[in-house]
Design a protein around this ligand. Structure first.
Ligand SMILES: *[C@@H]1O[C@H](CO)[C@@H](O)[C@H](O)[C@H]1NC(C)=O
Ligand SMILES: *[C@@H]1O[C@H](CO)[C@@H](O)[C@H](O)[C@H]1NC(C)=O
Ligand SMILES: *[C@@H]1O[C@H](CO)[C@@H](O)[C@H](O)[C@H]1NC(C)=O
Ligand SMILES: *[C@@H]1O[C@H](CO)[C@@H](O)[C@H](O)[C@H]1NC(C)=O
Ligand SMILES: *[C@@H]1O[C@H](CO)[C@@H](O)[C@H](O)[C@H]1NC(C)=O
Length: 454
């Protein structure tokens, strides 16, 4: 091999090791959440070992360790005149560190110039759930000590916004209890249900824990809590089962076990990106919501609360109502927003029960809904999620699908109307009147409309 080549080769080896060295050093300097294993957990019987990571716009990708001394003894990016977001993770079944923390911190920092403190209590949060539930108040006490210290350095209690995931929501709630509700805001992302639903408000997240408490519910029949715990409680798709999360036991572990539960977090992160509004409609129950009985936000003086960082979720009135259940439908992937379409059918009296299939269509996107028609009722209202706005709906199609066992006669509709809600402009619904739909002969109608002309 000629000399030049060897020199180049050596040079390349040098450069490579140099680069690797720098990368390694950077990785070492960045703090991370801890993780633990079952063996370690059993042998050391480690106590809580709560630690804090700090992320700001100056170190978005490289967390700093943060503690009591950080404000006085070490140089820190923490800025006491800025608001502080405190992220608290939940139960860790396998002792691993939560993978979403950096993405949430990044989304928060993109939206606001704040301090982001991550509470790492992986040691206390791992393995036996009942022991973890014993730990969560102790973690809250430790956090409150840090908050007291930050107060001494000039941070205001109302400038703290806690974001707690699952069990982390109740940790945040207990910090709020310790500060007698003077903390600015607590957001609970699918607050944990098991061992909390029947709990006293002292022991779980509730509206008295902060000046404003908002919660997103996505798995309230399993890991999440089914009762309202905030001023506003968003129940996505009814709060139990989420679109795109597998229902089958044969699906992946993630799909089956925690997809619904983690959806609250993913929707929240997407809302921080702010590509489209996720508005909740106040209603007594999801059944009422799906039946089109709740289509406005008049209880909030017309503004529907939105998921995300806007102050008091956008509610302008005071005092803010408490434990207000809000409902909305979502799609199965980011940005999760959908349009709520109210479908109203006025049917002439039937001799036999029937079934009709309604399809709303926009280009290649279709939304299909089957409705059972009874002999005892003539007016039907139902809510559907459509991917685009009402003004972009091109056509409606009706198919008489029911009655496999006997010949079903024509169904006569006095009127069929579709409208979008919540609607600030109170657009006129799109209606078609006086149509008969024969079995085997679908009926369809094209709408000619233009968006945004007014
Ligand atoms: C987490 O665990 C893995 C091995 O399971 C280990 O390589 C890694 O260093 C651990 N990270 C932390 C921050 O403890
Ligand atoms: C957590 O991991 C860091 C390294 O990332 C280490 O310095 C620290 O001692 C660990 N903390 C605990 C409580 O084990
Ligand atoms: C801290 O934040 C305040 C308010 O945003 C800003 O004016 C100031 O420059 C910041 N200080 C540092 C050291 O970045
Ligand atoms: C938010 O936006 C960023 C940048 O556009 C993107 O990388 C990220 O995936 C988005 N996150 C979500 C949850 O939509
Ligand atoms: C409904 O349509 C039928 C024919 O399709 C017509 O005979 C009837 O007069 C119409 N009724 C009303 C109220 O417009």
């Amino acid at each position: 091999m000629p000399w030049e080549h060897i020199t180049i080769l050596l040079l390349m080896v040098c450069i490579t090791s140099l680069v690797v060295g720098v990368e390694e050093r950077q990785r070492d300097e960045c703090a991370d959440l801890n993780n633990t294993t079952w063996m370690e957990y059993r042998h050391h019987r480690v106590k809580l070992q709560v630690q804090y990571l700090l992320l700001t716009r100056r170190n978005t990708d490289c967390a700093q360790m943060f503690n009591q001394e950080s404000l006085t003894e070490q140089p820190s990016y923490f800025n006491t005149s800025r608001p502080t977001k405190v992220i608290i993770h939940g139960y860790r079944a396998l002792g691993s560190k939560p993978s979403w923390v950096k993405e949430l911190a990044r989304a928060l920092l993109r939206a606001q110039d704040v301090n982001v403190l991550v509470v790492d209590w992986v040691y206390g949060a791992s393995f036996a759930y009942n022991l973890v539930v014993e730990n969560y108040k102790e973690v809250a006490v430790q956090i409150s000590v840090l908050i007291n210290q930050l107060q001494e350095h000039g941070c205001k209690l109302e400038s703290f916004h806690f974001i707690g995931v699952s069990l982390g929501a109740h940790v945040a709630g207990f910090v709020g209890t310790l500060f007698e509700g003077k903390i600015g805001r607590i957001t609970g992302l699918d607050p944990a249900g098991p061992m909390f639903k029947g709990a006293d408000t002292f022991d779980r997240l509730d509206p008295s824990d902060a000046q404003f408490v908002d919660a997103i519910h996505t798995d309230s029949d399993y890991f999440g809590i089914s009762i309202p715990v905030g001023h506003v409680d968003f129940f996505l798709n009814g709060g139990k089962d989420q679109t795109g999360c597998a229902r089958s036991r044969f699906a992946s572990m993630y799909g089956y076990v925690i997809c619904d539960h983690m959806r609250a977090l993913h929707v929240y992160m997407s809302a921080l990106n702010g590509s489209c509004p996720l508005r909740g409609i106040p209603c007594f129950s999801y059944e009422d919501f799906l039946k089109g009985r709740c289509v406005d936000c008049d209880v909030f003086k017309g503004t529907c609360p939105t998921i995300g960082l806007s102050e008091n979720s956008g509610i302008a009135m005071s005092p803010i109502p408490e434990e207000q259940k809000l409902f909305l439908l979502t799609t199965s992937s980011p940005p999760f927003c959908t349009h709520h379409i109210l479908l109203e059918l006025d049917v002439s009296p039937l001799d036999k029960s029937a079934e009709v299939e309604v399809t709303l269509r926009t280009d290649k996107l279709g939304t299909v809904q089957r409705i059972r028609l009874q002999t005892s009722t003539t007016v039907y209202r139902t809510v559907l999620a459509h991917p685009v706005a009402l003004c972009e709906i091109d056509s409606i199609k009706l198919k008489n699908t029911g009655a496999r066992f006997y010949r079903q006669s024509d169904i006569h509709f006095k009127s069929i109307c579709v409208s979008e809600f919540p609607s600030l402009r109170r657009d006129e619904p799109l209606c078609v009147n006086n149509i008969s739909v024969r079995r085997g002969t679908p009926w369809s109608h094209d709408f000619v409309q233009v968006c945004g002309i007014f």
